[in-house]
Write a protein that binds this ligand. Structure first.
Ligand code: PLP
Length: 493
């Protein structure tokens, strides 16, 4: 039997204890069967199964508010918002009810040739909250498909405008736009994108605005946004050939919570206008309040030509994607039926009524709970803990944009040297956090702080203190060549 990596119940703090109303723990034989079947039948995303299969996975059977609950009845703070999508907490009565009401009407009807009330009302609401100028909503299934739609719209737009030579895309190194082939073509993370290179359409890459490890070797005080100048150069070198520039506004999340310096986004937007090309804003991770505004582009008063939404769109409840477009792009697709201008693209579940109903309920909560106004003490809480973490000997850099934050662990604070990937330092720290009732998932050695926007202040405090504690407990062990979880080492066994 491999050693269990689950925390013993006694190690959980009181915030992790079960409360009345939680589901009963699963009988042990049921849990064992699920884990056995998981190993035999499930292929997990972004997962090396030679590692996965050596430890028992946490089986999440329920959730409530800030917590997810495992098969043994242990509660864990959802420190990564169930992969960056939960907004108002789990089991929100308002969203639950909206979905149940919609199930009582129709669970699915198509957008191809038919219309449906939730999709209509949501489109209106999205246009109302989006930057002025985005007037049309094209639905799809998730973040990746919302990017596929944006790429195809940008590409076809120039054909319809009689400028077919505008067919190149520009993206940033360390960018992540999804895992389908089109969105991978815009991806700049070598580890996950390199393999597929021969399959991809041509994208020109500009440097990431990663100030801690500036690819241009500059310093943020004096660089004058030199990385944005590279975008200018690329556009100049390919006059009239670029269809669109794709960008994750303000934060390259999957790239490692890389926060762009102020003005970077506005500068890229200006360059797009100067060179007459389109701007695609991928707000899949940053949208819906994550950065402190409804959409990240609003911080720099940018209206992109195309804006991609998913993750938080349904409050993190159901898969749904949307690509917002300007009137000008929409108009370019109009014409007689034989004009070749029809956008021949759509998915079976495009505009699914359940997803749209959840999204409407989530937008209602933004209004009734004043979600954005209430972020201030939360972002301030994260900022003050990060300031402390900055002094931690193992933390090289801290980065924050609203309710998105990261602490990058380094082997050497002076040289900024990283740990070897094989050591999985970030992962070990995050696994350790489960002993204190917190679920986290790192990006390489950057510890990611991305809780539900509605997380309570005491829970947020616990989350942040746990991160500090886990770094202090685990990193020295790894540096000393010890197994992070050797028995008897920390009194938790
Ligand atoms: C998660 C993410 C995507 C992909 O969304 P999926 O729903 O996983 O396909 C695209 N862009 C960004 C910025 C993301 O964070």
């Amino acid at each position: 039997m491999p050693r269990l990596c689950l925390p013993p119940l006694t190690a959980l703090t009181c915030s992790g204890m079960a409360t009345a109303g939680d589901p009963r723990p699963l009988p042990q034989q049921d849990k064992r069967r699920l884990i056995d079947w998981d190993r035999r039948f499930v292929w997990h995303p972004f997962t090396q199964h030679t590692l996965w299969n050596t430890v028992d996975p946490l089986v999440i059977v329920a959730a409530n508010g800030d917590y997810v609950i495992d098969a043994d009845g242990n509660r864990y703070l959802d420190g990564h918002s169930s992969l960056w999508c939960n907004i108002h907490g789990h089991r929100r009565a308002e969203i639950d009810r909206a979905i149940i009401e919609q199930v009582g009407k129709v669970a699915h009807s198509t957008q191809l040739g038919l219309a449906s009330p939730p999709a209509i009302e949501l489109a209106k609401r999205l246009v109302d909250v989006a930057p002025a100028g985005l007037t049309k909503v094209f639905y799809s299934d998730d973040g990746s498909t919302s990017l596929e739609v944006a790429c195809k719209l940008a590409f076809a737009y120039w054909q319809h405008r009689g400028r077919p030579e505008r067919r190149l895309f520009i993206a940033l190194k360390e960018a992540y736009h999804g895992d389908t082939i089109g969105s991978v073509s815009l991806g700049g993370i070598d580890l996950i994108h390199r393999t597929y290179q021969p399959l991809l359409f041509q994208t020109l890459f500009a440097p990431s605005p990663y100030c801690y490890r500036c690819p241009l070797g500059r310093s943020p005080e004096t660089c004058g946004l030199a990385c944005a100048d590279v975008v200018d150069t690329i556009l100049e070198e390919h006059p009239g050939q670029v269809a669109a520039v794709a960008i994750e506004p303000l934060v390259q999340c999957a790239g490692g919570i890389i926060t762009a310096p102020p003005g970077f986004l506005a500068r890229i937007h200006n360059l797009c206008r100067k060179h007459g090309t389109l701007l695609i804003a991928d707000e899949v991770a940053t949208g819906f309040g994550r950065t402190g505004r409804m959409f990240a582009v609003q911080h720099e008063e940018v209206t992109p030509d195309l804006m991609c939404l998913s993750k938080g769109l349904t409050g993190g409840y159901l898969p749904l994607g949307a690509t917002l477009a300007t009137e000008e792009i929409y108009q370019a697709f109009l014409g007689p039926i034989d004009s070749g201008r029809t956008f021949y693209h759509g998915h079976t579940f495009t505009g699914n009524p359940l997803g749209c109903a959840a999204a409407l309920a989530s937008l209602n909560l933004f209004e009734s709970e004043k979600t954005l106004e209430r972020l201030k003490p939360r972002t301030a809480c994260i900022a003050s803990h990060l300031a402390r973490l900055a002094d931690n000997p193992h933390v090289g850099d801290i980065r924050q944009c609203g309710m998105i934050a990261g602490a990058e662990l380094v082997r050497d604070k002076t040289t900024r040297e990283s740990y070897p990937y094989g050591l999985q330092v970030g992962t070990q720290v995050c696994l350790h956090a489960r002993r204190y009732g917190v679920i986290l998932r790192p990006l390489a050695d950057t510890i990611v702080i991305l809780p539900p926007l509605a997380i309570s202040l005491p829970n947020l405090e616990h989350l942040l203190l746990t991160i500090e504690r886990c770094i202090d407990e685990i990193v020295p062990r790894i540096r000393n060549g010890l197994r992070p979880d050797s028995p008897g080492s920390d009194g938790l066994e």
